[in-house]
Design a protein around this ligand. Structure first.
Ligand SMILES: [Zn+2]
Length: 247
């Protein structure tokens, strides 16, 4: 009998049959996995509180043919308190949705597990949810092997701006080189912030100031890079954030 014992963050759930749930989780040990929580939609179930999205738990799972099955679980922390602040809550959902969309099933992703956990912890206390999101996006891109190249023009190698960013090439294009149709302007200030967020992660986020212009440009850079490989524009939380235009 193959078992998996791991901490995990619940990314999403969906009803399965009469009383079960299919739970998608990011585990520390085995990356993204799907597990069936039998009877978890019944109020007496020992799993009902454990298998809610935005919950960190310690789980023992049994590997089945298609999905894992929950055997034991212990609640370590619930981030559902974030729902008292709509902007934070939608950002937290966005982090979970984008992990679900971009991570392959069953491939270890311990660094992403820690990144998501740090992002949720930071989201609870940081006064600016949007900068937490930009930091998370950039560092997730790096973990996925999609880190943007931000030092010089991809075509001629020139290191001075002004630059445009081309998500298809994953880097910068200067004003003297042919302008790719997929590119858009990116300011020197935004480039400096992105380099800083990639170098320090969440460590120095509290002293990182983002102007509305940089916040918008960095989001555009990240979305362009994600979208090049994954269909992230259809994520519900992202559409909600776009409609709400949070600061
Ligand atoms: Zn150039």
């Amino acid at each position: 009998m193959k078992e998996l014992r791991s901490q995990a963050i619940v990314l999403r759930t969906m009803p399965l049959g009469e009383a079960d749930k299919l739970v998608t989780m990011l585990t520390r040990e085995a990356g993204k996995v799907k597990a069936v929580a039998r009877g978890s939609r019944k109020t007496k179930s020992k799993f009902s509180a454990l298998v809610e999205p935005l919950t960190l738990g310690s789980f023992l799972l049994h590997a089945g043919k298609t999905f894992y099955t929950f055997i034991q679980g212990e609640l370590l922390k619930s981030y559902t308190g974030l729902q008292h602040d709509l902007e934070r809550f939608v950002h937290a959902q966005y982090f979970c949705e984008i992990c679900d969309r971009c991570l392959p099933e069953g491939e270890p992703a311990e660094a992403v597990f820690h990144l998501l956990l740090t992002a949720l912890e930071t989201l609870e206390v940081d006064p600016h949810p949007a900068r937490v999101a930009r930091c998370f996006e950039l560092n997730l891109l790096e973990e996925l092997g999609l880190k943007p190249a931000l030092d010089a023009c991809r075509i001629c190698g020139k290191s001075g701006g002004p630059f445009r960013f081309d998500p298809l090439e994953g880097g910068l294009v200067c004003a003297e080189c042919p302008r790719p149709a997929s590119s858009f302007p990116v300011s020197a200030a935004s480039l400096a912030v992105m380099k800083r967020l990639l170098a320090y992660g969440f460590q120095k986020l509290s002293v990182c100031l983002l102007s509305p212009q940089s916040q918008s440009e960095i989001h555009q850079v990240c979305l362009g890079l994600f979208q090049h490989i994954f269909d992230v524009r259809s994520l519900r939380s992202l559409q909600f954030l776009k409609a709400g235009k949070p600061s």
